[in-house]
Design a protein around this ligand. Sequence first.
Ligand code: MF3
Ligand code: CO
Length: 249
Amino acid sequence: MAIAIKTAQEIEKMRKSGRVLRQVHEAIRAAVKPGATTMDLEKVAEAKIAELGGRPAFKGYMDYPACLCTSVNNEVIHGIPSHTRRLREGDVVSVDCGVILDGYYSDAAVTHAVGKVKPEIQKLLDVTETSLEMAIEQVKPGNTLGDIGAAVQEYCEAAGFGVVREFVGHGIGKKMHEDPQVPNYGKKGKGTKLRPGMVLAIEPMINAGGPEVKVLNDGWTAVTLDGSWSAHFEHTVAVTQAGHLVLTD
Ligand code: MF3
Ligand code: CO
């Protein structure tokens, strides 16, 4: 499949979608605290998306039941919000959300510390978030998907962390998942060249231990194979003539 090149008008629509999504994430941030359930976060997201005139991108996607993925501690991605999963001081929760506004998708994820977390876990969060920033710095015309993947991989592996291979970022636009795939590993200079008008969801998923993951029997929740904790940060990013525009911050 060819990679869709978006017009300036389309990117402006995606930016509006991304702005709604950012406000949803800010509302969730305020709700993350010891004692909250992951379903409490879901309710905050559902209300905020509706208030801002958007639609949830995940709910109903391949029969996924919620607006959010809420993945706690050893859960990597696609954790399903639950009335019984109560956050405790020292936990981490990765919150992934997608919004549709005026036909255009945006997708972003943040991993929150619940209260104060162990120093090595705070380092996992910091390294993962920084790796996303480093990946975004690589987004400019002429650079390649390999430059993005290598930026994440080199930085996170140097810190001693495992880079998840089974799940990757993706193109995004009129659909949540478009071509190309955007791996968090790769070789500088290799792979598809970036062109103005491409829009990518870049989403490092990084484990404190090994890179291997497995999917639980609910068919969704991906957890680390070794039980180590995991972090996930994601932005929707447009390639522009000048370099890039982050649509979800
Ligand atoms: N951000 C995830 C992704 O990029 C969300 C999809 S999960 C689903 O694939 F719940 F919507 F299926
Ligand atoms: Co995504």
